[in-house]
Write a protein that binds this ligand. Sequence first.
Ligand code: DGY
Length: 328
Amino acid sequence: MPGSKLSVVVTRRLPEAVETRLKELFDVELNDKDIPFSPEQLVAAMQRADVLVPTLNDNIDARVLAQAGERLRLIANYGSGFDHIDVQTARQRGILVSNTPGVLTDDTADMTLALILTVMRRFKEGSNLMQSGDWTGWSPSALLGSRLGGKRLGILGMGRIGSAVAQRARPFGMQIHYHNRKRVHPDTEAALEATYWESLDQMLSRVDILSINCPHTPSTFHLLNARRLKLLKPTAFVVNTSRGEVIDENAFTRMLRAGDLAGAGLDVFEKGHEINPRLRGLDNVMLLPHMGSATEEGRLEMGEKVIINIKTFADGHRPPDQVVPAML
Ligand code: DGY
């Protein structure tokens, strides 16, 4: 492979600088119209490419992988989450998978804090009032929210993004609690003054805000099911900037509508862009269109990571951000 130009198919438009560099380095097919690939187009791309650059919109399951061409050797995902790729099956077929970790940590953590502030301080209702033209002036009792300082923030998943959320929440005076598969290093815990909960159930009943920061894997699917959601206090807020599948969206929606939770800030949904319509129209629920990593800088750095992964592979080495099934 060294010396020959790899054939690379990219399924969505990427930042211009990234596309330009890809064109310089590889024999690349871009998606100028930026229309997501149909399942048939995806399979066809996987039959003609050496390397596929998909996004979270491309569902690369075992059925799709079974139809991949012999030449497909690398799936260099443009994104950090890889729950849309059957990594195990890809490995069995000798196809490597890489992702873009690290470069979207700060942007996602910033947005998590923004959502916490938005729902606790009722910014959406305030903005709606201003847009409606009905505001009649300052009032001592209008739109009273909850103070962040002194509140218990429960972080579900203390990886890169969870830790970055904790670092940002500390200066607001929030108390950090977390549940994670593994307890973090004592130095990290001490720096964040964080309390570890081995039992998620026990943590849920004690926090004022829950931030979902764990990946979606077979063991985190519906981790927040109806039973666990009911452990949260009725005054608690939930913020999710990770993956929608971690929460049972129907049970969650029912609780929000019934007033069994104080509010929610959601950037991700269980069925991608097909959100439960009953989530709309709730004053205490802020919905965003999966934009946690949506900064110019972040998207450029994600592209740079994709290029490094492909180039390293083309040079005969393992991509630095190779994903392995053990990470699931
Ligand atoms: C990712 O990279 O997985 C993010 O969800 C995209 O914002």
